[in-house]
Ligand binder design. Sequence first.
Ligand SMILES: Nc1nc2c(ncn2[C@@H]2O[C@H](COP(=O)(O)OP(=O)(O)OP(=O)(O)O)[C@@H](O)[C@H]2O)c(=O)[nH]1
Length: 341
Amino acid sequence: MEENLLNSVIKITKNRDVDSLEYSLISTIQEFVGCTEIVVYKDLNVHTDLTIERSISLKVINGNQFEWAQRKVVDSPEPELLSCLRSACIITVQSTDGMEKRWLPISLQDKQIGAIAVVCKGLKSADQVLLNAFCRIYENYLFILHENERDQLTGLLNRQTFDKKIKQLIEKQVIKQHKTAKMDNNRKRRFSSTSWLAMLDIDHFKKINDSFGHVCGDEVLLLLAQKMRYFLRSTDLIFRFGGEEFVIVFEPTSFESIEKKMNEFMEMIRETHFPFVANMTVSIGMCRISPYDFPINVLENADKALYYAKENGRNRLCFYEQLMENNLIDSNDKSTDIDLF
Ligand SMILES: Nc1nc2c(ncn2[C@@H]2O[C@H](COP(=O)(O)OP(=O)(O)OP(=O)(O)O)[C@@H](O)[C@H]2O)c(=O)[nH]1
């Protein structure tokens, strides 16, 4: 038992990203505590209202089948989950059939950021100790990973995390493509939307820095990051690539909807009163993410579209595929300066 426990701690702390950490945590709780359901909830904290996401969950069906579910925003969180988040206390509810549901709070730098919910058949005190200990190990390790994955100024994902996240997304698309290939045509149409990548750069940002200093420039960057988190879906991935350049990876959707969404976003930025700047605008280059793309090619395509937007008036949204179709850029053009890590 002790050796198994040590091995499970080693397994948890071997992870190098938050998603795999949560997967390990749930598997370990299941192995040592034995629950019928385990869910990791996160408070996304992007809107003034609470926005809760189910980060990952495991359900045991018929005693031996496991059903994993991925990221999803929870529309109506249970009152016990909300109490757990607000009070930072463990909440337990017992039902008449002997089942028990327990919510354990998770904090990061003294701030409640989520909770782990488990459903079990009455927990012995040794199991309760174990469960608490696993949650604390997860919490400590989450802090380290969080520091590694996030940009210090804006709290957005950093450049180093991009490669790993986009590889995961492309892998998922390949699997989905294989599944879609077996579907009939009507269902295929519904599933045919692709993911998109946007590269966004503030126009004339240097002027803000030069006129008001870097601290004021930083404040503008911070406010823009908040606007992005507020405007975009919690499942879209937002990275700060450094300086005044941001990259967004969108969930699969049609060209029409992403174009509409990004035009609305640009309009919102134009209408926002940023400190020190009368009218701040951004330029955006976008491209599709296809299942067999290499991450660097996707970045290059978006960068070419962004370069075109900058060279042709700024304050514009340009799609790589449209520019190519209209022969406005050349696919062999090597004008981009993307870092290869
Ligand atoms: N405040 C602040 N400024 C930064 C940071 N990183 C880079 N910069 C500044 O961002 C500015 C980028 O300037 P340029 O690349 O010339 O771009 P621009 O002035 O936005 O012009 P266009 O992109 O062509 O519209 C430079 O002044 C950098 O010093 C940062 O973390 N904080």
